[in-house]
Design a protein. Structure first.
Lengths: 453, 664
């Protein structure tokens, strides 16, 4: 309850700060600060003339605020933003602003906003557990800076404001807004605040324009050479077209003359009509390569850097393995077991990256659901690449189970170690340091390809 | 003088100097803040150095604040605010002399100190402290102005100047002036109203305030008898006494004879001036005093050079060095007027001497309201039949065996007085209950008696080799006239000092450390034999400490170095920034000045550059990478420099010579 109360106070304080920031210019904000200071010091009027400063500043802000009550000029804003971005990479988009009014607006400030998602008490506690390394004694005691960081993470970043000296009547101007998305997944734009200064330059007329929008932020991708995975072709009942689901189908092979006993449903009716004799379609059962990419989501908190690097590793590897002749199946557990297949016209790799962009960690530590799901598909798979967040007996058992099925297995264990070179473990797994993933993944990709077919 | 802060910092510093009287400091501040406008030399200051300076300054500010607070608790904050601009100006000086010209936010916001990279957040990377400095200095100025003067006009002009120079957009002078005048007129009305309200409040509260101040004089003393709740005791050190250790004494501040409704008072309010012995700094408190006796030295903080002295029983000689005026009343209370706020005095005393007049009628009087309970108790104890010495013994035994010490005070039953409840029912209380009851019971036994307030010497500080007397050592006891002299009688149960010490605050130890340092410095300062050698030693020690602190805080060498603005020979990223500044200057000449708050990249993206836009974009991106990105190698820096020079020689030059477009 105490924490919930504290979070409410944080939210109130944050909202107050945001309002002051929107409502007052830089000079105005400093004068607000001076009001507080001079009010405290000026209480003892026998010792100080601060109360005179207080009255002057107060009246200046009051007059400025009074003027802003008059309806300001109508400014219309349009957002021209892409649909995709990448975490950690600068995203640029444009804001187009048009002055509908018949007067020029001076000192215009445009602030685009992302939707705020206030953390619950449980989320905040979980965040502080993994954010504590960044905190000093002051943050630990107060908690507000950490809460602000979590809020910024949930929001996906902080959009900078754009400034304009003046925009004339009927004039249209464009700005480029640049920001770095701070997390994967969907970021939701909410609206745009447009403010322009009153003549004293202390307060702003502020109008909010609802401008909803959505932006998908992909995980960070490390550039890797093409990876050729080991493993042979397998028979897949149902063929490529339904490889991702169920059914019974085969690949069309060719035509031949009718022989007695051929099923009528195989008659190629067009050729029959053309030649006057029945022609039969022949079919061939399909054999193709199917790989699995298993992502370990267990035991990490949301926003954990280790987990983010594991997702980036999976995404980078998925792109490096991209081949139109094979199927790549992504498997992970987030609440329940998920499986997503891409390649051979089933679905594009973009879809898989979108799934990876939204995957969240699983608080549980028991990986049995993942193990069952992967082993159940074992007979269809040529090879499995696992991206693990830790290395223990249950993960070792998963790899052993796959090897018993004759499947080629590669395990990448992302750790918070500091070694600059990837280390190959005794069980064949690669131990990677999340601080040097860019170079280590290149080494691993080369090693996997060398050991491939 | 194009800069929006030109002259502002310098002028406000001089105004501060005029108000505080610290002209040399103010001139140094003004020069330090304004010279960068005239000189081209700048200091390369890394973020690490900024953080170091901020930490150091914060440390100095904290120490100064604590020191001022200890020196004068009531005036600590105002004194600190007076000094604050001088310290804050150091921070601003580092900013204006640095190549960056701004102060990194992470150096002043504690939460960001560890966050080297907070790009992509709403925090600005760096801030300009000059406007904040201007306003805080103005507030500081307001603390030190004389009573009469056109201060309102001064404040209004300076604030108007500030907001005019920092207007975010293009100004409309007519409208701006009209609004500013309206605000000034309104605020003038408010000031008159506030002044009037303040006078009325002062008038109404004058009586209460005078009652409050009456508590500390020698005419009367209000006891806490009748108050409800827990007595709050302060651990602040008020006296330091050099005396033979082990001889715990009670030091009298004042004695009283009349008791009425929780207040002890005296009938004779007059103080007579004591004459010192032929300007020797010695005052005789007893005319017929002997030349031998014990001696103690008391160090005391006075309020505006005046205060009551504390004296042991039998004090007969007082020695004060310096210009002082000593007065005493007939009850033995002594007060002093001194030319400083700190006084050291030596007292000679002998138990055989009495410092107050013989008893009068008031010293035998029992107030009517307490007659019943006092006489009944005296009767129960059989005091009337006993000789004076045995009365004292019986009273001591009575209070020791039947009463206990407590700071908790509860309300008595309806219609019952506090003293009644203390003697008949509760039988617990603090020293004022015991002293008052004893005084009145002695009178009931026919022994003249007085109520005395003062301090108990109880806590010996081995490091200072002195007794320290805290506010909580304040005590009350009784003087009884027995065998022709005033005898001290303290019936408060032993151990009351320990009970009071239990409530000491946890920070008292830290407070004492600063208080002792301040006391030692003051004592050294008062000494006449401090020599040049000692001064130089102290200075050297301070310098060594500062250098050590600097190196410890930084964890390595200091990376400050002087660079010439626009110098292309430097290898640092900061120099590359200066080089790129030439590009910006070129663009500003062509398209007008970049708004101060707008990022470079955003501003460039709004310029109509046509064919040159792509090249500028590449340069900007590379500049950002070199300035804010990972450490670049020398080859890359050199490549960037070549690109900039090529642009300046080609498209840049063409841009400047092309016919002007309408402004963007």
């Amino acid at each position: 309850m105490a924490l919930a109360g504290r979070l409410r106070r944080f939210a109130w304080l944050y909202d107050l700060g945001r309002r002051i920031h929107l409502r007052y210019t830089h000079s105005g904000r400093l004068l607000v600060f001076v009001i507080v200071v001079s009010a405290i010091i000026g209480i003892d009027m026998n010792r100080s003339f601060s109360y005179q400063i207080f009255t002057i500043v107060f009246c200046l802000l009051f007059i400025a605020w009074l003027v802003t009550l008059r309806r300001g000029q109508s400014l219309e804003v349009q957002r021209l933003a892409p649909e995709l971005a990448s975490v950690g990479q600068t995203l640029r988009y444009r804001l187009r602003i048009h002055n509908d009014g018949d007067e020029a607006c001076k000192a215009v400030r445009i602030q685009d906003t992302l939707k705020e998602v206030f953390p619950s008490a449980e989320e905040f506690q979980a965040w502080r557990r993994q954010d504590s390394r960044r905190e000093n004694w002051f943050d630990r005691r107060i908690g507000y800076p950490g809460w602000l960081r979590q809020l910024a993470f949930n929001r996906g970043g902080d959009l900078p404001s754009a400034h304009l000296d003046e925009i004339g009547p009927g004039e249209t101007r464009e700005f480029v807004v640049e920001f770095v998305p701070g997390r994967r997944g969907y970021l939701n734009f909410e609206g745009v605040f447009v403010g322009h200064s009153e003549p004293l330059g202390l307060c702003r007329y502020v109008q909010r324009q609802s401008l909803p929008g959505r932006l998908l932020v992909m995980p960070k991708i490390y550039p890797l050479p093409r990876v050729v995975l080991a493993g042979g072709r397998h028979y897949h009942q149902g063929g490529v077209s339904l490889a991702a689901s169920t059914a019974d189908a085969a690949e069309f092979h060719g035509l031949r003359d009718y022989r007695a006993g051929d099923p009528i449903r195989n008659i190629h009716w067009r050729s029959f009509a053309k030649l006057g004799e029945p022609v039969i379609k022949t079919w061939e059962e399909e054999y193709f390569v199917r790989h699995a990419l298993v992502l370990d989501t267990y035991g990490e908190e949301r926003g954990s850097r280790l987990f983010e690097e594991a997702v980036s590793t999976a995404a980078s590897m998925a792109l490096a393995c991209n081949d139109q002749e094979l199927l790549l199946e992504l498997m992970f557990v987030a609440g329940q077991a998920h499986s997503f297949t891409a390649g051979r016209h089933v679905d594009s790799l973009h879809g898989m990256l979108e799934v990876l962009a939204c995957v969240q960690p699983e608080p549980a530590t028991d990986i049995s659901i993942l193990t069952q799901n992967v082993l159940a598909r074992g007979h269809q798979l040529a090879s499995v690449m696992c991206v693990f967040l830790s290395w223990d007996q249950s993960r070792r058992d998963l790899l052993d189970g796959l090897r018993k099925c004759g499947i080629s297995v590669t395990a990448l264990v992302v750790t918070d170690g500091h070694g600059e070179k990837a280390v190959q473990g005794e069980d064949g797994q690669f131990l990677l340091s999340m601080d040097h993933l860019a170079t280590q993944l290149v080494q691993v990709a080369a090693r996997i390809t060398e050991g491939g077919p | 003088m194009k800069h929006r802060f030109a002259l502002m910092s310098g002028i406000i510093s001089l105004v501060w100097g005029a108000a505080s009287g610290w002209w040399p400091v103010a001139i140094f501040m003004a020069l330090g803040l304004e010279l960068p406008l005239l000189l081209r030399r700048r200091l390369y200051v890394s973020d690490k150095d900024f953080i170091l300076f901020s930490k150091l300054l914060m440390l100095i500010m904290c120490l100064l604040f604590l020191g001022l607070l200890i020196d004068e608790p009531r005036d600590g904050l105002p004194n600190f605010i007076t000094w604050m601009p001088a310290l804050l100006s150091l921070l601003v000086m580092i900013q204006v002399w640095s190549e960056q010209g701004t102060y990194p936010l992470r150096a002043i916001v504690i939460s960001l100190v560890r966050s080297a990279d907070y790009t992509g957040t709403a925090w600005p990377r760096a801030v300009d402290l000059r406007m904040l400095f201007f306003l805080l200095t103005l507030v500081s100025v307001s603390m030190n102005l004389p009573e009469q003067g056109p201060w309102f006009v001064l404040f209004a002009v300076l604030i108007a100047w500030l907001i005019w120079r920092n207007h975010p957009g293009r100004r409309r002078p007519g409208l701006w002036l009209a609004m500013a005048l309206a605000a000034t007129a309104l605020s003038q009305t408010m000031v008159v109203g506030i002044d009037s309200m303040h006078r009325r409040i002062q008038q109404h509260s004058a009586e209460c305030i005078s009652e409050y101040w009456a508590r500390i004089n020698a005419r009367q003393t209000h006891t806490a008898i009748g108050n409800i709740g827990r007595l709050k005791l302060s651990g602040r050190i008020v006296y330091r006494v050099a005396a033979e250790p082990g001889h715990k004494r009670l030091l009298m501040r004042a004695a009283f004879s009349s008791y009425n409704d929780g207040t002890w008072s005296v009938d004779d309010h007059r103080f007579r001036i004591l004459q010192q012995e032929s300007d020797s700094g010695v005052w005789l408190l007893q005319d017929d005093a002997a030349k031998s006796g014990e001696e103690m030295e008391v160090s005391q903080q006075l309020r505006r050079g005046a205060g009551m002295l504390i004296l042991p029983a039998g004090a007969y000689r007082l020695r004060i060095s310096g210009d002082a005026e000593v007065e005493a009343n007939s009850y033995g209370a002594t007060r002093v007027q001194y030319d400083q706020d700190r006084i050291n005095y030596r007292i000679m005393f002998h138990d055989a001497f009495a410092t107050s007049k013989p008893p009068g009628v008031l010293d035998r009087l029992i107030p009517d309201e307490y007659n019943d309970v006092i006489l009944e108790t005296a009767q129960q104890l059989g005091l009337a039949e006993l000789p004076p010495e045995q009365v004292v013994t019986r009273l001591q035994a009575f209070f020791r065996d039947n009463f206990s010490y407590s700071l908790e005070q509860r309300a008595p039953e309806r219609g019952q007085s506090f003293l009644d409840a203390f003697l008949r029912q509760r039988r617990e209380g603090h020293c004022e209950y015991f002293a008052t009851s004893t005084t009145l019971l002695l009178r009931a036994a026919g022994i003249p008696s007085r109520y005395v307030v003062g301090y108990s010497m109880d806590e010996y500080d081995d490091t200072l080799d002195r007794y320290v007397i805290r506010e909580r050592h304040g005590h009350a006891w009784t003087q009884a006239w027995i065998n022709g002299s005033w005898q001290t009688l303290d019936t408060t149960p032993a151990g009351w000092q320990i009970a009071d010490a239990m409530h000491e605050r946890w920070w008292q130890g830290l407070y004492d450390v600063f208080g002792n340092i301040r006391y030692l410095v003051a004592r050294w300062w008062d000494q006449d034999d401090k020599g040049l050698a000692f001064n130089i030693t102290a200075l050297l020690v301070a310098l060594v400490l500062i250098i050590y602190l600097l190196r410890r805080l930084q964890g390595g060498g200091i990376s400050l170095r002087w660079n010439r603005a626009g110098d292309n020979a430097g290898q640092s990223a900061a120099n590359d920034e200066l080089q790129f500044r030439e590009v910006l200057r070129c663009l500003e000449q062509r398209f007008g000045r970049r708004p101060p708050a707008r990022p470079v990249r955003t501003w460039i993206s709004t310029l109509p550059l046509d064919g040159d836009g792509g090249q500028i974009e590449i340069l900007t991106t590379e500049f950002y990478r070199l300035r804010y990105g990972e450490q670049a190698d020398a080859e890359r820096v050199a490549g960037f420099r070549r690109q900039v020079q090529a642009w300046l020689a080609g498209p840049g030059k063409a841009l400047l010579t092309a016919p002007a477009d309408p402004p963007v």
